[in-house]
Design a binder for this molecule. Structure first.
Ligand SMILES: [Fe+2]
Length: 198
């Protein structure tokens, strides 16, 4: 099984003004495509050829840096497109909300911690909500890493590489994170990943 670029689940201009057509054209059509193409080239002849994506990500971590970078970013971006939707934000499904309140005290505190993690990730990387030992926690990782390679299941993540926000927000990463959490997130998909991770 080789990597392939999934279509965006919405139109390129559907997330404006929070994420522009130009950002999505570069981010999806060029950056994600490059991870797919480079990943496929590096998969060829490796011990992970034909393996499911999660196995490639976990197996190549710490063993084959080039393959890991591209497979990790392919995995992250497949979910990233689905963690957003037009008219996102708002209320989340009850089971997810209950667990977040149990683990953070409130939804507002979770959002604050998530945004803080993204804002303080030095250089390129991601901030996350992940399930670890039955609890939801905030994590941050550099480059193409994710909670998958740190003993946890990712259920929500935000790409804080500059390619994800620089066209629309320039250097204002915290503004991008706030808009992402308040206006773009597809909580139904987060809840779906939460149910699968439990
Ligand atoms: Fe990205």
């Amino acid at each position: 099984m080789s990597f392939s670029l999934p279509d965006l689940p919405y139109a390129y201009d559907a997330l404006a003004p929070y994420m522009s057509r130009e950002t999505l054209e570069y981010h999806h059509d060029k950056h994600h495509l490059a991870y797919v193409n480079n990943g496929n080239n590096l998969l060829k002849g490796s011990e992970w050829e034909g393996k499911p994506l999660e196995d490639v990500v976990k197996g190549s971590f710490g063993k084959n840096q080039g393959l890991f970078n591209n497979a990790g970013q392919h995995y992250n971006h497949i979910h990233f497109w689905k963690w957003m939707k037009p008219g996102g934000g708002g209320n989340m499904p009850g089971n997810l909300e209950k667990q977040i309140i149990a683990d953070f005290g409130s939804v507002a505190k979770m959002k604050e911690d998530f945004i803080q993690a993204g804002a303080t990730q030095f250089g390129s990387g991601w901030c996350w909500l992940a399930v670890k030992f039955g609890k939801i926690e905030v994590m941050k990782t550099p480059n193409g890493e994710s909670p998958l390679v740190h003993g946890a299941r990712p259920i929500f993540g935000c790409d804080v590489w500059e390619h994800s926000y620089y066209i629309d927000y320039r250097n204002r990463r915290p503004d991008y994170l706030k808009a992402f959490v308040e206006n773009l997130v597809n909580w139904d998909y987060v809840a779906e990943m939460y149910e699968a991770a439990r």
